[in-house]
Design a protein around this ligand. Structure first.
Ligand code: 5GP
Ligand code: ZN
Length: 107
């Protein structure tokens, strides 16, 4: 997808602090962290937002959610964390490539 900053991160064309990568997903630290730990899990497939997902994405969405606690623990959030998916203009979405925020202070 042209002009998508997250697709460029997936393609390793622009740098990011990667914390996880597999065939379908990638995770990296948010450039403007809102907590001590703040990273994003995104699908490699360019999906605009949660609102554009269909049943076809059911398994992928499940994988994103199940990866969250594993990476959160690795990143020092073993006592809990917050998750967010901002969807659409009114939902505060700024990057038009589906992403799951995971953040917390680890205390
Ligand atoms: P949204 O508001 O769309 O849910 O969140 C987009 C998030 O992506 C923001 O928290 C923002 O800081 C982060 N972000 C935007 N551009 C970049 C970038 O180039 N690199 C990284 N690592 N994070 C980014
Ligand atoms: Zn994209």
């Amino acid at each position: 997808m042209d002009n998508c900053i997250f697709c460029e991160i997936i393609a390793h064309k622009i740098p990011a602090q990667l914390i996880y990568e597999d065939a379908e997903l990638i995770a990296f630290n948010d450039i403007h962290p809102r907590a001590k730990v703040h990273f994003l899990i995104i699908p490699k497939k360019h999906l605009v937002s949660l609102a554009e997902c269909t049943e076809q994405e059911q398994e992928l969405l499940g994988k994103m959610l199940l990866l969250a606690p594993k990476l959160a623990k690795q990143q020092g959030l073993q006592h809990g964390f917050k998750t967010a998916i901002n969807t659409g203009r009114a939902g505060g979405q700024e990057v038009w490539h589906l992403h799951l925020h995971i953040y917390g202070d680890g205390v």
